[in-house]
Ligand binder design. Structure first.
Ligand code: AMP
Length: 216
């Protein structure tokens, strides 16, 4: 099963993807998380990607596509893509990768959210610098700046500063939004209102995935 989660930064892709991958046993492929860990480990890929991620720009397609292709393993076949594809060229590369792996997309879901709410969520977001647990200063605060799970420092992501967050939202509108049209005409495409509470979005997404399992 291949599920693709699309949505603006702040739409809750990461939160929903963690929940869904655990519930349905899908391999969670989150390109943003992979870049952040490669950057933290100062790998050659991380060094190349750093300046793009920090300034809210898209990392060049060849680096992203190569990284994603290397993580597909035909024996697996159950993936949840979070943050990829983000433009038309990447969507086309994904099709080629899937053909090569003899796989096809079962569901593409757009998490719909207004720009205002997305921005509010991004600038309220904090993350644990050690385990990556996500917090929100209003709805899920850390404990005196420390992670409730591992005790690590809970910080503002470098690309979540307001100016960079606004830029990422612009990149989504200008570059990713046109790609969504590529999927919109396909039968696997669905939309979910992501302005609701995470549990309600979880439930809506679970219903969509359950309906695919029921068909297969
Ligand atoms: P995210 O955590 O998904 O918001 O991604 C954080 C950053 O990683 C983005 O702002 C980009 O700099 C980079 N990134 C993640 N996924 C991609 C992608 N598919 N194409 C290009 N850049 C990406």
């Amino acid at each position: 099963m291949i599920v693709v989660l699309l949505g603006a930064p702040g739409s809750g892709k990461g939160t929903q993807a963690k929940f869904l991958s655990a519930k349905y046993g899908l391999v969670h492929l989150a390109t943003g998380d992979i870049f952040r860990s490669e950057i933290a480990e100062k790998t050659p890929l991380g060094i190349k990607a750093q300046a793009y991620v920090k300034t809210g720009k898209l990392v060049p397609d060849d680096l992203v596509t190569e990284m994603v292709a290397a993580r597909f393993n035909s024996n697996e076949g159950r993936y949840l893509l979070d943050g990829f594809p983000r433009n038309l060229a990447q969507a086309q590369s994904l099709s080629s990768i899937l053909v090569h792996e003899n796989l096809s997309i079962d569901l593409v879901v757009l998490l719909k959210i207004s720009q205002e709410l997305a921005l509010e969520r991004i600038i309220s977001r904090r993350v644990c610098s050690q385990c990556g647990e996500v917090y929100n200063i209003q709805t899920k605060p850390a404990l005196n700046g420390k992670c409730r799970t591992c005790g690590g420092d809970v910080v503002l992501r470098e690309d979540d500063f307001e100016a960079t967050a606004r830029k990422r939202l612009m990149v989504f509108e200008d570059i990713t939004r046109p790609m969504i049209a590529y999927y919109q005409s396909e039968s696997v495409f669905r939309e979910v209102d992501a302005s609701r509470k995470p549990e309600d979005v979880n439930a809506a997404l679970s219903m969509l995935i359950d309906s695919i399992f029921a068909k297969s």
